[in-house]
Design a protein around this ligand. Structure first.
Ligand code: C5P
Length: 239
């Protein structure tokens, strides 16, 4: 096999160049990090599970008309995606209060948010991904007004689609983070969707089934991801 060129290595993924200049390979690692990389552990098989999970969600969204960067799964840990020019903004939707919102505004965890809130964070490790508003995004040139509106519209549409999908699996989609990028002047959903980047609670017991298990040291992280995948009908590679 040819030596591959890693273009970027993040906490949970490596991005490799592919044979096409217009496509990239996402490699899902077992590494799991929290608190700005202060807590890092390897969780066996997490990379394979997240690759399968992400492929399932991205294909579902694409089928529902959401433009995504996803092209196809290549192997257990890797997927081929369109090469986007990423917008350095994280779009977070919340259907219930949790995490940084509860902390910042003193809202008790679990409170239903009606309508759901949409927040933007700047992707900047050195600044710890600060909360920003649409005025900052436009003034500092991170995205145009049209792109901000498109990110808002697609993020809310994804929330409607995925809240319903997870509800059928007896799961509450509490919140999630999306990232977008440009290709040929069009906006596409990029990055990944997995239990690393969303909060999912069991609809009856409200048990946490996502990365909060890792953040809070609750254990059973991979087991929870596998259970979510099983309920959704995500085909997982044999482990
Ligand atoms: O920490 P916070 O409550 O703001 O996170 C909101 C949602 O966005 C959570 O589902 C979290 O997993 C996700 N998130 C993420 N990557 C970040 C920040 C938040 O996936 N850098």
């Amino acid at each position: 096999m040819n030596e591959r060129i890693a273009l970027y290595e993040g906490k949970a993924k490596i991005v490799y160049a592919s044979e096409s200049p217009d496509a990239l390979i996402l490699h899902f690692k077992d590494d799991t990090s929290a608190f700005d990389g202060e807590k890092v552990e390897q969780l066996a098989h997490k990379g394979e599970i997240n690759n399968a999970f992400n492929a399932f969600i991205m294909e579902y969204l694409q089928g529902e008309g959401v433009p995504t960067h996803f092209i196809r799964r290549l192997n257990a840990r890797e997927s081929l995606v369109r090469r986007l020019e990423m917008i350095p903004v994280e779009c977070v939707v919340r259907n219930r209060a949790a995490g940084s919102l509860s902390k910042r505004l003193g809202i008790e965890e679990g409170r239903v948010l009606e309508p759901p809130t949409l927040e933007f964070f700047l992707k900047n490790d050195a600044l710890h991904d600060p909360l920003i508003n649409t005025s900052h995004i436009r003034t500092f040139g991170w995205a145009t007004a049209e792109e901000v509106e498109a990110m808002r519209r697609w993020t809310m549409r994804v929330n409607v689609l995925l809240s319903a999908l997870f509800a059928k699996a007896n799961l509450i989609l509490v919140d999630f983070k999306l990232e977008f990028g440009r290709f040929d002047g069009e906006l596409y959903l990029g990055d990944e969707f997995s239990p690393d980047g969303c909060r999912l609670w069991d609809a009856r017991s409200l048990e946490k089934m996502d990365k909060d298990r890792f953040r809070r040291g609750l254990g059973g992280v991979v087991e929870a991801y596998v259970e979510v995948a099983r309920r959704l009908g995500v085909p997982l590679p044999a482990t």
